[in-house]
Design a protein around this ligand. Structure first.
Ligand code: MN3
Ligand code: FE
Length: 298
């Protein structure tokens, strides 16, 4: 590790850049409290749901609860890698990132105990593709950063965490909650929390896209690493959808959910991120910053 040569704060001040602007947004928008969400109506709705509907919400929530815990536990190696690189503006943003993942973990844990009644053995919903991503690939890619902070290792970690887990799987999961609950006027507490979580998550994804874009801007060869990693993991992301739908016998699904709609949704999220990152090839860092600002709704 290099010896410190100085501090940003005392040599010109913090640099105006996209991560610092994301940090400003996080301070305004990321301060909602999971403990303040009112689950009164949710408990009534839960009690009135049919068996199949309940199973569906439980399955989805089991994927989210474990997924949020995983991203909370696995983020620190990235924060450390960024800190060791002296990127203080990015680290300021990342302080909010970990706080928000912690709150998401809290929210789903609350829902499972206070609305769903702490059902046992929720890991039975963790289908094989889910296990590959959350039990193996995510912790491996993130923990590699403890000993290897090369651009290649950073790119593989960020694709796994920000693009596949957040940008494809979480986004597809919100869509599934929306079609099941909000579209049917059910569980207003969880739906209100999901609006906040989704907004937090859009900042996380925007940061990941920025990070990957600046890696490509510094070394065009990193695009090949990103592309290979995206293609390596995308089948597992789709597998989470298709293996989850396999549980429904004779194609009978609750809430009118259709597998093809979610496969299409996941594919469109993947394609959108792929095209967005590929645009950073041949761009300068200033152009990357402007592109991130212009294209994010975070
Ligand atoms: Mn989250
Ligand atoms: Fe996130």
């Amino acid at each position: 590790m290099a010896v410190r040569e100085g501090f940003r704060s005392t040599s010109g001040g913090l640099r105006d850049c996209f991560p610092l602007r994301l940090y400003a947004k996080a301070k305004r928008l990321g301060t909602w409290d999971p403990a303040a969400i009112d689950f009164t109506r949710d408990r009534e709705d839960w009690a009135a749901l049919g068996e199949l509907e309940r199973e569906t919400i439980l399955s989805l929530t089991s994927l989210f609860a474990a997924g949020e815990e995983a991203v909370t536990l696995d983020l620190l190696p990235l924060v450390l890698a960024i800190a060791r690189d002296g990127r203080v503006e990015e680290e300021l943003y990342l302080t909010s990132f970990l706080f928000e993942e912690g709150k998401h973990t809290e929210l789903f844990a609350r829902f499972l105990s206070e609305v769903a009644g702490s059902p046992p053995e929720l890991e039975r919903y963790h289908v094989p593709s889910y296990r590959t991503i959350f039990y193996d690939e995510l912790p491996a890619a993130m923990n590699r950063l403890l000993t290897d902070t090369s651009a290649e290792a950073l790119a593989r970690a960020s694709v796994t965490y920000n693009v596949i887990v957040e940008g494809v799987l979480a986004e597809t999961g919100y869509e599934s909650y929306h079609e099941s609950l909000a579209a049917n006027g059910l569980m207003p507490g969880l739906c209100a929390a999901l609006v906040e979580i989704k907004r937090d998550e859009s900042r996380h994804i925007a940061y990941g896209i920025y990070l990957l874009s600046r890696l490509v801007a510094s070394d065009a060869a990193i695009w090949d690493v990103i592309e290979a990693r995206m293609n390596e993991l995308f089948p597992y992301a789709l597998g989470v959808v298709t293996e989850t739908f396999e549980r429904y016998e004779d194609g009978v699904t609750p809430f009118g959910l259709e597998q093809s709609a979610f496969v299409d949704f996941a594919t469109s999220q993947f394609t959108k991120r792929y095209e967005r990152i590929s645009k950073s090839r041949g761009k300068t860092l200033a152009e990357i910053d402007a592109l991130a600002e212009a294209e994010t709704d975070a």
